[in-house]
Design a protein around this ligand. Sequence first.
Ligand SMILES: Nc1nc2c(ncn2[C@@H]2O[C@H](COP(=O)(O)OP(=O)(O)OP(=O)(O)O)[C@@H](O)[C@H]2O)c(=O)[nH]1
Length: 305
Amino acid sequence: MSWLDRLRGGFAKTAEKVADNLTGLATKAALDTSTLDDIEEALIASDLGPEASKRIRDAIAARRYEQLDERGLRTILAEEIEKILAPVAKPLEVYGFPRPHVILVIGVNGSGKTTTIGKLGAWLKDEDYGVLLAAGDTFRAAAIEQLRIWGDRIGAPVISGKEGGDPAGIVFDGVKQATATGEDVLIVDTAGRLQNKTHLMDELSKIRRVLGRLNPDAPHDVLLVLDATTGQNALAQVEVFRETAGVTGLLMTKLDGTARGGVMVAAAEKFGLPIYAIGVGEGVSDLRPFDPRAVARAIAGLPPE
Ligand SMILES: Nc1nc2c(ncn2[C@@H]2O[C@H](COP(=O)(O)OP(=O)(O)OP(=O)(O)O)[C@@H](O)[C@H]2O)c(=O)[nH]1
């Protein structure tokens, strides 16, 4: 299956929910205020968030339709979603010099962080970058083991220490090793959890301090993994992590398992943080940067172009 097919398959449940919520609204005789209100509410109920939903409502209102059929409604919805997503669909650039370019990955427990690191590594390797993974989530032995398995799977070396060890030490060793072996990118799995804000800040600031000694520009990226199935809760996570961890971009996962994919639009509108890649499955090649037009059309339930 092509990426576009997987993308459309991934968003199928979301598209169904959007279509269900909008049922009947397009066929009303005149596009009056109450219909516009209903459309706005339908979009909020589809997890697009109040800001994006209002913006789309205003865009429809501004066009002063006498009538809007279903196809027309889907088309304008796709156009407006595309406008919201386009500014955040940025490529992840590997620009750090001297190498390695250092990426810290953070996210709440179970968000798909480790899996996403594996997939991100696979994608960067496909792009011909040398990748080293660092098991900085020393909180659980299972997390270290899981990262090793991903390393084997994608053919990337993994640097790790003992359970309960010092993540900053592993990151330090990671930079040394990447420098010695000439890897382009160091992807660091962090415990990066929010059970305790002070603990998270301490952990990350220590990692930053240690990295800064080796390369003042590192980390180049701090990416937050967001589980789309958590809907609006994902937005609350962005707020807290942005404040505590200096998030520079997002990786959205599990868009395939959910009807709540609209949250991606809500996040784009509310935060404007780059969304570097989206995950639409558990396979190694199921995380990729996205085409805002293709995603917008998939959410609106329009066929591919
Ligand atoms: N369907 C689907 N499942 C995913 C996706 N990304 C991750 N998963 C699954 O989500 C589950 C949790 O992923 P993990 O990578 O273990 O999560 P984690 O955040 O690293 O968990 P901790 O290490 O406990 O913090 C796994 O079963 C993954 O296969 C995705 O894009 N789609």
